[in-house]
Ligand binder design. Structure first.
Ligand SMILES: Cc1ncc(COP(=O)(O)O)c(C=O)c1O
Length: 489
C-alpha cells in the first residue's frame, strides 16, 4: 500500500491576497501620480553614493513584507530615474512612455505568455501590430515582421537575413569560413553604432561595414558609395548590402532612400533601412515624403519605444519576403514540433523569425496604446515634435550667442553656446560643462555629440510631453549658463 507523506510545498503566491491587493492599488495610485506630476520635478539628479552602496548587498535569504520592500523602492529607487519620462528630456533618442501602455505592461506580465510560438491569442496580437506597421509604413501585406527589444536588435535581425540571402551559399550550415569572397556592406559614416555591432556579431568584422562620407546635409554621398562598391568588386570582394538611414542618430538626416533602393537593385544588394525613429515620420502626412523610398527596403528596422512612446523595450523589424525571414532563423527540434491541433498548433511561430525563442508580450502595450490613442494622435505628436525642433532651431538662429551646428532635418537640433571670441578648444570645453550643468541643475537633459569636429549640445525630440515653453526654458538656460561660465573663466 502506498503511503502519502504530508509535504510542505511552497508557492510564490501571497498567503494574504487582500494585503497584496491593497498594496497593488497603492502602487498603481502612486505610479499614476508619479507620471501626472513629473513636470514638477527635476528631470534628473545624481544617484547618492549611499544608495549605490546599498545596492551592493548580498542576496536576501529571508522573506520580508512586500509593503516594506515597496517602501525601499520609493525611498531609494524611484527618486533617481534617467529622467526620460520628463517633458524636458531630449537626450540620445529615448522615448517617454505613455500611461496607458504602462498599464498594459501589467496586463501582459499577468498573462505572461511566451510568444516564441504555439496557439494562443498573444501571437495574434503581435501579428495584428505587425500588420498595422506594415500598412502604415508602406510595406507589402505579405511581408513578415518581428517585435524585438529595440532598434539595435531590429538592425541585427534585418542584416542577418540580408547576409544569408545574399551570401550565395548555405551560410547557416557552412559558416563564413566557406565564403569564396569576403562579404562587405555599406552605410554612411553617420550610421548608428548598432550597425557596426551587427557587423561584428554577424562575424563579418567591423571593417566589412564600409563607412561612406556624407554631404553637407549629413546624407550619404552617392558618388562615393558607388565608387566604394566598384573598388570592392574590383578587389575581388563581395558587396552584399546597403544600409540607408531614415533619421540618423546625430542629426536626424535621411539618406536619399529612393536612390539607394535603385542602386541596391542595380547591384543586386540587400537594402536595409535603419529607421529607428525616422521611419515613424511616415505616419505624419506632412513628413511622409522625407522618408520616401523606405518602403522599397528589403528589411526595415524601427523602434516603438521612441516615437510610438511605449515603455522600453519595443522595436520592430519588417522583412519584405517572409520566406527569407524564416530561412534565416527557423530550426527543427523534436520538442518544438508544430501540430495541427492543441497548444503546439498556430500559424506563426515568432521564434522562427529571430534569435529569441522565449519572447514576452511586447505587442500588448502597442495594441492597447494604438486602440486608446488612435493613429491620429501619433501623426499629430510626431509632427508636433518636428515643429518644436524647428522652433528651437529658429530660437538658436536668432540668438547672437548661440550657433546651430547642423541642419535640422527632422526632430534633432545640434547647437552650441558661442559668444564669438573663444577658440575651438575653449568652445568645446565650455559647451561640455554647460551641458552637465543643465543636467545637474535639473533644468533639462539634452545629450552631447560631435558634429564636423565641433562639440554640440544635441536635442533629440521624441517627447510627447514637451511643450514650446520647455524649449524657451532650455534656450534661456543655455544663454544664462554660457554667460555664467564665461564670467567664471
Ligand atoms: C538611427 C538609430 N539606429 C539604431 C538605434 C538603436 O536603437 P535602440 O537603442 O532601440 O537599440 C538608435 C538609437 O537611438 C538610432 O538612433
Amino acid at each position: 500500500m502506498t503511503t502519502f507523506e504530508k509535504t510542505n510545498e511552497l508557492s510564490l503566491d501571497p498567503t494574504d491576497w487582500d494585503a497584496l491587493r491593497a498594496l497593488g492599488h497603492r502602487m498603481l495610485d502612486d505610479m499614476l501620480d508619479f507620471q501626472a506630476t513629473v513636470r514638477e520635478r527635476a528631470p534628473w539628479q545624481p544617484v547618492p553614493a549611499e544608495i549605490k552602496q546599498a545596492l551592493q548587498a548580498v542576496p536576501p535569504e529571508q522573506p520580508r513584507d512586500a509593503a516594506d520592500v515597496y517602501a525601499d523602492f520609493q525611498a531609494t529607487i524611484l527618486p533617481y530615474p534617467l529622467g526620460n519620462i520628463h517633458p524636458r528630456f531630449w537626450g540620445w533618442v529615448i522615448g517617454t512612455g505613455d500611461p496607458v501602455s504602462v498599464l498594459a505592461e501589467l496586463l501582459a506580465a499577468t498573462m505572461n505568455p511566451n510568444l516564441g510560438g504555439g496557439e494562443h491569442v498573444a501571437n495574434y496580437v503581435e501579428l495584428q501590430v505587425i500588420d498595422w506597421f506594415t500598412a502604415l509604413l508602406g510595406f507589402p501585406p505579405e511581408a513578415s515582421g518581428l517585435l524585438v527589444s529595440g532598434g539595435s536588435m531590429a538592425n541585427l535581425v534585418g542584416l542577418a537575413v540580408g547576409r544569408n540571402v545574399r551570401a550565395g551559399f548555405d551560410l547557416r550550415k557552412e559558416g563564413l569560413a566557406a565564403a569564396p569572397r569576403q562579404l562587405v556592406f555599406y552605410a554612411s559614416e553617420e550610421t548608428h553604432s548598432s550597425n557596426i555591432k551587427a557587423a561584428e556579431l554577424l562575424g563579418l568584422g567591423s571593417d566589412a561595414l564600409r563607412l561612406i562620407p556624407v554631404n553637407d546635409a549629413f546624407e550619404i554621398d552617392l558618388a562615393a558609395l558607388q565608387a566604394a562598391i566598384a573598388a570592392d568588386k574590383a578587389a575581388g570582394l563581395q558587396p552584399f548590402a546597403i544600409i540607408g538611414h531614415a533619421g540618423t542618430v546625430n542629426t536626424g538626416a535621411t539618406d536619399d532612400l529612393d536612390a539607394l533602393a535603385d542602386l541596391a537593385a542595380q547591384e543586386g544588394l540587400w537594402f536595409h533601412v535603419d529607421g529607428a525613429f525616422g521611419a515613424l515620420a511616415a505616419l505624419a502626412p506632412g513628413l511622409r515624403d522625407r522618408v520616401k523610398g523606405m518602403e522599397r527596403a528589403d528589411s526595415l528596422a524601427f523602434d516603438l519605444h521612441k516615437w510610438i512612446g511605449v515603455p522600453i523595450e519595443a522595436g520592430c523589424v519588417l522583412i519584405r519576403r517572409e520566406e527569407d525571414h524564416r530561412q534565416a532563423f527557423a530550426t527543427t527540434a523534436t520538442y518544438l514540433t508544430h501540430g495541427d491541433r492543441g497548444t503546439a498548433s498556430g500559424a506563426v511561430w515568432f521564434g522562427e523569425y529571430g534569435p529569441q525563442l522565449s519572447r514576452g508580450f511586447r505587442a500588448l502595450k502597442v495594441w492597447m496604446a494604438f486602440h486608446t490613442h488612435g493613429v491620429s494622435a501619433y501623426r499629430q505628436v510626431i509632427q508636433q515634435n518636428v515643429d518644436q525642433a524647428a522652433y528651437l532651431s529658429a530660437r538658436v538662429d536668432s540668438a547672437p550667442e548661440m550657433e546651430r551646428l547642423a541642419p535640422t532635418a527632422l526632430n534633432i537640433v545640434c547647437f552650441r553656446y558661442n559668444p564669438g571670441h573663444l577658440d575651438e578648444a575653449r568652445l568645446n570645453a565650455l559647451n561640455q560643462e554647460l551641458l552637465i550643468r543643465l543636467q545637474e541643475r535639473g533644468i533639462a537633459v539634452p545629450s552631447g555629440t560631435v558634429v564636423h569636429g565641433h562639440y554640440a549640445i544635441r536635442v533629440a525630440n521624441v517627447n510627447h510631453r514637451s511643450r514650446r515653453e520647455d524649449f524657451d526654458t532650455l534656450a534661456k538656460a543655455v544663454i544664462d549658463l554660457g554667460r555664467e561660465l564665461i564670467a567664471e573663466s
